[in-house]
Design a binder for this molecule. Structure first.
Ligand code: ATP
Ligand code: MG
Length: 331
Protein backbone atom coordinates (compact mmCIF):
# COMPACT_ATOMS: atom_id res chain seq x y z
CA UNK A 1 0.00 0.00 0.00
CA UNK A 2 0.97 3.62 -0.52
CA UNK A 3 2.07 5.75 2.37
CA UNK A 4 2.17 9.46 1.63
CA UNK A 5 4.20 11.95 3.62
CA UNK A 6 4.73 15.66 3.13
CA UNK A 7 5.55 18.73 5.15
CA UNK A 8 5.38 22.48 5.23
CA UNK A 9 7.34 24.90 7.39
CA UNK A 10 5.52 27.30 9.72
CA UNK A 11 7.56 30.21 8.38
CA UNK A 12 4.75 32.53 7.35
CA UNK A 13 1.60 32.76 5.33
CA UNK A 14 1.17 30.15 2.63
CA UNK A 15 1.74 31.47 -0.92
CA UNK A 16 0.54 30.26 -4.29
CA UNK A 17 3.69 28.15 -4.79
CA UNK A 18 2.93 26.16 -1.64
CA UNK A 19 -0.71 25.97 -2.62
CA UNK A 20 -0.30 24.69 -6.19
CA UNK A 21 3.02 22.89 -5.73
CA UNK A 22 2.10 21.01 -2.57
CA UNK A 23 -1.14 21.53 -0.64
CA UNK A 24 -3.50 21.06 -3.56
CA UNK A 25 -1.82 17.76 -4.35
CA UNK A 26 -2.17 16.55 -0.77
CA UNK A 27 -5.87 17.32 -0.87
CA UNK A 28 -6.28 15.49 -4.20
CA UNK A 29 -4.45 12.44 -2.88
CA UNK A 30 -6.44 12.49 0.33
CA UNK A 31 -9.71 12.76 -1.57
CA UNK A 32 -8.75 9.86 -3.80
CA UNK A 33 -8.64 7.71 -0.68
CA UNK A 34 -5.02 7.93 0.46
CA UNK A 35 -4.09 8.86 4.01
CA UNK A 36 -1.64 11.74 3.92
CA UNK A 37 0.76 12.50 6.74
CA UNK A 38 1.06 16.32 6.84
CA UNK A 39 3.88 17.48 9.04
CA UNK A 40 4.12 21.08 10.17
CA UNK A 41 7.87 21.21 10.00
CA UNK A 42 8.70 23.37 13.00
CA UNK A 43 12.06 21.64 13.55
CA UNK A 44 13.00 22.65 10.02
CA UNK A 45 11.87 26.22 10.54
CA UNK A 46 14.32 26.81 13.42
CA UNK A 47 17.27 26.21 11.09
CA UNK A 48 16.92 29.97 10.64
CA UNK A 49 16.21 32.19 13.68
CA UNK A 50 12.55 32.25 14.81
CA UNK A 51 10.79 34.18 17.53
CA UNK A 52 8.92 31.61 19.73
CA UNK A 53 5.75 33.69 19.96
CA UNK A 54 5.68 34.28 16.21
CA UNK A 55 6.46 30.63 15.55
CA UNK A 56 3.47 29.57 17.67
CA UNK A 57 1.23 31.95 15.70
CA UNK A 58 2.57 30.57 12.45
CA UNK A 59 1.85 26.98 13.52
CA UNK A 60 -1.75 27.99 14.23
CA UNK A 61 -1.91 29.82 10.91
CA UNK A 62 -0.60 26.87 8.88
CA UNK A 63 -2.96 24.49 10.66
CA UNK A 64 -5.93 26.72 9.87
CA UNK A 65 -4.69 27.11 6.30
CA UNK A 66 -4.33 23.39 5.66
CA UNK A 67 -7.82 22.75 7.03
CA UNK A 68 -9.26 25.63 4.98
CA UNK A 69 -7.60 24.23 1.85
CA UNK A 70 -9.32 20.90 2.34
CA UNK A 71 -7.10 18.73 4.54
CA UNK A 72 -9.47 16.52 6.52
CA UNK A 73 -7.93 15.73 9.90
CA UNK A 74 -9.93 12.52 10.15
CA UNK A 75 -8.62 11.09 6.88
CA UNK A 76 -5.14 12.59 7.05
CA UNK A 77 -2.72 13.00 9.92
CA UNK A 78 -1.96 16.65 10.61
CA UNK A 79 0.74 17.12 13.25
CA UNK A 80 3.65 19.21 14.49
CA UNK A 81 7.00 17.64 13.74
CA UNK A 82 8.58 18.59 17.11
CA UNK A 83 5.87 16.69 18.98
CA UNK A 84 7.21 13.38 17.64
CA UNK A 85 10.74 13.19 19.06
CA UNK A 86 11.75 10.25 16.88
CA UNK A 87 12.25 12.59 13.90
CA UNK A 88 15.38 13.98 15.55
CA UNK A 89 16.47 10.58 16.81
CA UNK A 90 16.31 8.99 13.37
CA UNK A 91 17.99 12.10 11.96
CA UNK A 92 20.98 11.40 14.18
CA UNK A 93 21.27 7.83 12.95
CA UNK A 94 21.03 9.02 9.35
CA UNK A 95 23.66 11.72 9.98
CA UNK A 96 26.12 8.94 10.73
CA UNK A 97 25.67 7.49 7.22
CA UNK A 98 25.66 10.84 5.35
CA UNK A 99 28.79 12.57 4.09
CA UNK A 100 29.40 16.31 4.34
CA UNK A 101 30.32 16.38 0.65
CA UNK A 102 26.87 15.08 -0.27
CA UNK A 103 25.14 17.91 1.61
CA UNK A 104 27.32 20.77 0.46
CA UNK A 105 26.00 20.60 -3.12
CA UNK A 106 22.30 20.82 -2.35
CA UNK A 107 20.72 23.96 -3.87
CA UNK A 108 18.53 24.96 -0.93
CA UNK A 109 21.55 25.05 1.38
CA UNK A 110 23.45 27.17 -1.11
CA UNK A 111 20.53 29.56 -1.56
CA UNK A 112 19.69 29.99 2.12
CA UNK A 113 23.28 30.22 3.39
CA UNK A 114 24.45 32.58 0.65
CA UNK A 115 23.67 35.78 2.53
CA UNK A 116 24.71 34.51 5.99
CA UNK A 117 28.06 35.23 7.61
CA UNK A 118 27.71 32.41 10.13
CA UNK A 119 25.91 29.40 8.74
CA UNK A 120 24.03 27.29 11.32
CA UNK A 121 24.85 23.60 11.27
CA UNK A 122 21.11 22.87 11.32
CA UNK A 123 20.70 24.51 7.94
CA UNK A 124 23.39 22.21 6.59
CA UNK A 125 21.85 18.98 7.91
CA UNK A 126 18.27 20.07 7.13
CA UNK A 127 17.95 17.55 4.27
CA UNK A 128 18.98 14.70 6.59
CA UNK A 129 16.18 15.65 8.98
CA UNK A 130 13.87 15.72 5.99
CA UNK A 131 14.99 12.21 5.04
CA UNK A 132 14.29 11.13 8.61
CA UNK A 133 10.79 12.65 8.41
CA UNK A 134 10.02 10.57 5.35
CA UNK A 135 11.68 7.30 6.36
CA UNK A 136 10.29 7.34 9.91
CA UNK A 137 6.86 6.59 8.45
CA UNK A 138 8.21 4.25 5.76
CA UNK A 139 6.67 6.64 3.27
CA UNK A 140 6.45 5.44 -0.32
CA UNK A 141 5.40 8.74 -1.95
CA UNK A 142 6.31 12.33 -1.17
CA UNK A 143 4.33 15.07 -2.95
CA UNK A 144 6.53 18.18 -3.13
CA UNK A 145 7.43 21.08 -5.40
CA UNK A 146 10.35 20.91 -7.83
CA UNK A 147 12.63 22.70 -5.34
CA UNK A 148 12.63 19.59 -3.15
CA UNK A 149 13.59 17.04 -5.82
CA UNK A 150 17.21 16.74 -4.74
CA UNK A 151 16.26 16.38 -1.09
CA UNK A 152 14.02 13.44 -1.93
CA UNK A 153 16.90 11.93 -3.84
CA UNK A 154 19.00 12.14 -0.69
CA UNK A 155 16.24 10.36 1.23
CA UNK A 156 16.29 7.61 -1.41
CA UNK A 157 20.06 7.26 -1.15
CA UNK A 158 19.97 7.12 2.65
CA UNK A 159 17.22 4.48 2.59
CA UNK A 160 19.40 2.40 0.29
CA UNK A 161 22.56 2.86 2.34
CA UNK A 162 20.74 1.96 5.55
CA UNK A 163 19.10 -1.10 4.00
CA UNK A 164 22.44 -2.33 2.66
CA UNK A 165 24.16 -1.86 6.00
CA UNK A 166 21.48 -3.11 8.38
CA UNK A 167 19.09 -5.17 6.27
CA UNK A 168 15.87 -4.30 4.43
CA UNK A 169 14.03 -1.68 6.49
CA UNK A 170 12.87 1.28 4.41
CA UNK A 171 10.95 1.33 1.13
CA UNK A 172 12.54 3.71 -1.41
CA UNK A 173 10.37 6.87 -1.32
CA UNK A 174 9.28 8.39 -4.64
CA UNK A 175 8.88 12.10 -5.21
CA UNK A 176 5.49 13.04 -6.60
CA UNK A 177 6.20 16.29 -8.39
CA UNK A 178 3.13 17.83 -9.92
CA UNK A 179 2.76 18.76 -13.57
CA UNK A 180 5.01 21.32 -15.20
CA UNK A 181 2.92 24.34 -14.43
CA UNK A 182 2.48 23.92 -10.69
CA UNK A 183 5.85 22.50 -9.81
CA UNK A 184 7.56 25.85 -9.62
CA UNK A 185 5.72 29.13 -9.15
CA UNK A 186 8.18 31.98 -9.60
CA UNK A 187 8.84 35.07 -7.54
CA UNK A 188 6.93 38.12 -8.76
CA UNK A 189 10.00 40.30 -8.28
CA UNK A 190 12.70 37.99 -9.65
CA UNK A 191 10.91 35.56 -11.95
CA UNK A 192 14.02 33.40 -12.35
CA UNK A 193 13.75 32.40 -8.67
CA UNK A 194 11.03 30.44 -6.91
CA UNK A 195 8.31 32.10 -4.84
CA UNK A 196 9.27 31.59 -1.15
CA UNK A 197 7.66 32.18 2.23
CA UNK A 198 10.86 33.37 3.80
CA UNK A 199 12.11 35.74 1.09
CA UNK A 200 12.60 39.21 2.58
CA UNK A 201 10.63 41.03 -0.14
CA UNK A 202 6.95 40.44 0.64
CA UNK A 203 6.01 41.74 -2.82
CA UNK A 204 7.68 38.67 -4.31
CA UNK A 205 4.81 36.38 -3.32
CA UNK A 206 1.03 36.19 -3.40
CA UNK A 207 -0.18 34.87 -0.05
CA UNK A 208 -3.49 33.14 0.13
CA UNK A 209 -4.32 35.36 3.10
CA UNK A 210 -3.50 38.66 1.37
CA UNK A 211 -6.30 41.22 1.26
CA UNK A 212 -7.72 42.08 -2.18
CA UNK A 213 -5.99 45.47 -2.43
CA UNK A 214 -2.66 43.89 -1.49
CA UNK A 215 -3.06 41.20 -4.16
CA UNK A 216 -3.92 43.86 -6.73
CA UNK A 217 -0.91 45.96 -5.78
CA UNK A 218 1.52 43.03 -5.91
CA UNK A 219 0.25 41.81 -9.26
CA UNK A 220 0.38 45.33 -10.71
CA UNK A 221 3.99 45.72 -9.53
CA UNK A 222 5.08 42.25 -10.68
CA UNK A 223 8.15 42.28 -12.88
CA UNK A 224 7.49 41.60 -16.55
CA UNK A 225 9.54 42.76 -19.54
CA UNK A 226 9.46 45.46 -22.20
CA UNK A 227 7.13 43.56 -24.53
CA UNK A 228 3.50 44.51 -24.01
CA UNK A 229 1.90 41.50 -25.73
CA UNK A 230 0.67 38.51 -23.76
CA UNK A 231 2.58 35.44 -24.89
CA UNK A 232 3.47 32.24 -23.08
CA UNK A 233 7.22 31.66 -23.33
CA UNK A 234 8.40 30.21 -20.00
CA UNK A 235 12.06 30.18 -21.08
CA UNK A 236 12.24 33.64 -22.61
CA UNK A 237 9.52 35.61 -20.83
CA UNK A 238 9.49 34.24 -17.29
CA UNK A 239 7.57 37.11 -15.74
CA UNK A 240 4.46 37.11 -17.95
CA UNK A 241 4.57 33.33 -18.30
CA UNK A 242 4.48 32.97 -14.52
CA UNK A 243 1.35 35.14 -14.39
CA UNK A 244 -0.24 33.05 -17.14
CA UNK A 245 0.63 29.90 -15.17
CA UNK A 246 -1.11 31.20 -12.09
CA UNK A 247 -4.11 32.16 -14.22
CA UNK A 248 -4.16 28.71 -15.78
CA UNK A 249 -3.92 26.90 -12.45
CA UNK A 250 -6.82 28.87 -11.01
CA UNK A 251 -9.13 28.55 -14.02
CA UNK A 252 -8.15 25.25 -15.65
CA UNK A 253 -7.67 27.07 -18.96
CA UNK A 254 -4.53 26.27 -20.96
CA UNK A 255 -1.88 28.97 -21.45
CA UNK A 256 -2.77 29.00 -25.17
CA UNK A 257 -6.45 29.71 -24.44
CA UNK A 258 -5.45 32.47 -22.05
CA UNK A 259 -3.14 34.15 -24.58
CA UNK A 260 -5.87 34.02 -27.20
CA UNK A 261 -8.37 35.61 -24.83
CA UNK A 262 -5.87 38.28 -23.84
CA UNK A 263 -4.77 39.03 -27.41
CA UNK A 264 -6.10 42.59 -27.29
CA UNK A 265 -4.62 43.41 -23.87
CA UNK A 266 -1.22 44.80 -22.92
CA UNK A 267 0.59 43.49 -19.84
CA UNK A 268 -0.78 46.31 -17.66
CA UNK A 269 -4.37 45.52 -18.62
CA UNK A 270 -3.75 41.79 -18.32
CA UNK A 271 -2.50 42.21 -14.75
CA UNK A 272 -5.81 43.81 -13.77
CA UNK A 273 -7.73 40.92 -15.29
CA UNK A 274 -5.57 38.40 -13.47
CA UNK A 275 -5.88 40.26 -10.16
CA UNK A 276 -9.69 40.00 -10.38
CA UNK A 277 -9.46 36.24 -10.83
CA UNK A 278 -6.92 35.70 -8.03
CA UNK A 279 -8.96 37.84 -5.62
CA UNK A 280 -12.17 36.00 -6.42
CA UNK A 281 -10.62 32.52 -6.12
CA UNK A 282 -8.83 33.25 -2.86
CA UNK A 283 -11.61 35.01 -1.01
CA UNK A 284 -13.52 31.90 0.20
CA UNK A 285 -10.29 30.23 1.39
CA UNK A 286 -9.24 33.41 3.14
CA UNK A 287 -12.56 33.70 4.96
CA UNK A 288 -12.25 30.09 6.10
CA UNK A 289 -8.74 30.61 7.42
CA UNK A 290 -9.75 33.74 9.33
CA UNK A 291 -12.69 31.89 10.89
CA UNK A 292 -10.49 28.95 11.95
CA UNK A 293 -7.70 31.08 13.44
CA UNK A 294 -10.27 32.36 15.95
CA UNK A 295 -10.52 28.84 17.40
CA UNK A 296 -7.03 28.00 18.72
CA UNK A 297 -8.34 25.40 21.19
CA UNK A 298 -9.94 23.49 18.34
CA UNK A 299 -6.74 23.68 16.27
CA UNK A 300 -4.60 22.50 19.19
CA UNK A 301 -6.91 19.56 19.73
CA UNK A 302 -6.51 18.51 16.10
CA UNK A 303 -2.72 18.79 16.35
CA UNK A 304 -2.69 16.76 19.57
CA UNK A 305 -4.69 13.97 17.98
CA UNK A 306 -2.44 14.09 14.90
CA UNK A 307 0.70 13.84 17.06
CA UNK A 308 -0.70 10.80 18.85
CA UNK A 309 -1.47 9.01 15.60
CA UNK A 310 1.90 9.94 14.09
CA UNK A 311 3.72 8.76 17.23
CA UNK A 312 2.10 5.36 16.98
CA UNK A 313 3.26 4.88 13.39
CA UNK A 314 6.73 6.25 14.09
CA UNK A 315 7.28 4.03 17.13
CA UNK A 316 7.04 0.86 15.03
CA UNK A 317 9.75 2.01 12.68
CA UNK A 318 12.01 3.47 15.35
CA UNK A 319 11.90 0.25 17.39
CA UNK A 320 12.97 -1.65 14.30
CA UNK A 321 15.77 0.84 13.58
CA UNK A 322 17.32 0.79 17.04
CA UNK A 323 16.96 -2.98 17.10
CA UNK A 324 19.10 -3.17 13.99
CA UNK A 325 21.59 -0.37 14.70
CA UNK A 326 22.32 -1.16 18.32
CA UNK A 327 21.83 -4.89 18.13
CA UNK A 328 19.05 -4.74 20.71
CA UNK A 329 17.68 -7.90 19.14
CA UNK A 330 20.95 -9.67 19.95
CA UNK A 331 20.85 -9.14 23.70
P1 ATP B 1 10.77 28.77 2.96
O1 ATP B 1 11.16 29.97 2.13
O2 ATP B 1 10.63 29.08 4.43
O3 ATP B 1 11.63 27.57 2.68
P2 ATP B 1 8.85 27.77 1.13
O4 ATP B 1 7.99 28.76 0.45
O5 ATP B 1 9.99 27.19 0.37
O6 ATP B 1 9.30 28.42 2.50
P3 ATP B 1 8.30 25.23 2.38
O7 ATP B 1 7.53 25.15 3.65
O8 ATP B 1 9.78 25.11 2.44
O9 ATP B 1 7.90 26.60 1.65
O10 ATP B 1 7.75 24.14 1.36
C1 ATP B 1 6.45 23.57 1.44
C2 ATP B 1 6.10 22.90 0.12
O11 ATP B 1 5.83 23.89 -0.88
C3 ATP B 1 7.22 22.02 -0.45
O12 ATP B 1 6.63 20.84 -1.00
C4 ATP B 1 7.80 22.85 -1.56
O13 ATP B 1 8.37 22.05 -2.57
C5 ATP B 1 6.58 23.59 -2.06
N1 ATP B 1 6.95 24.87 -2.69
C6 ATP B 1 7.59 25.89 -2.09
N2 ATP B 1 7.77 26.92 -2.94
C7 ATP B 1 7.22 26.53 -4.13
C8 ATP B 1 7.07 27.15 -5.40
N3 ATP B 1 7.53 28.38 -5.62
N4 ATP B 1 6.44 26.46 -6.39
C9 ATP B 1 5.97 25.20 -6.17
N5 ATP B 1 6.08 24.56 -4.99
C10 ATP B 1 6.69 25.20 -3.97
MG1 MG C 1 11.40 25.91 1.32
Amino acid sequence: PKRIFSGIQPTGSVHLGNYFGAIQRWVELQNSGEAVLCSIADLHSITLPQDPQKLRENVMLITATLLACGIDFKKSILFEQSKVSMHTELCWVLCTITTMARLAHLPQFKEKSESLKNVPLGLFIYPVLQAADILLYKATHVPVGQDQAQHIQLAQDLAQIFNRKFGQTFPIPHALISDNRSQKIKSLREPTKKMSKSHTDSKSRLNILDEPDVLLEKIKKSVTDFTSEITYEPDKRQGVSNLINIHSLFTGKTPEEICKEAASLNTGQYKLLLADIVIEKLSPIRNNILRLTKEPAYLNEILKEGADRATELATNCWTEVIGKVFGNDLR
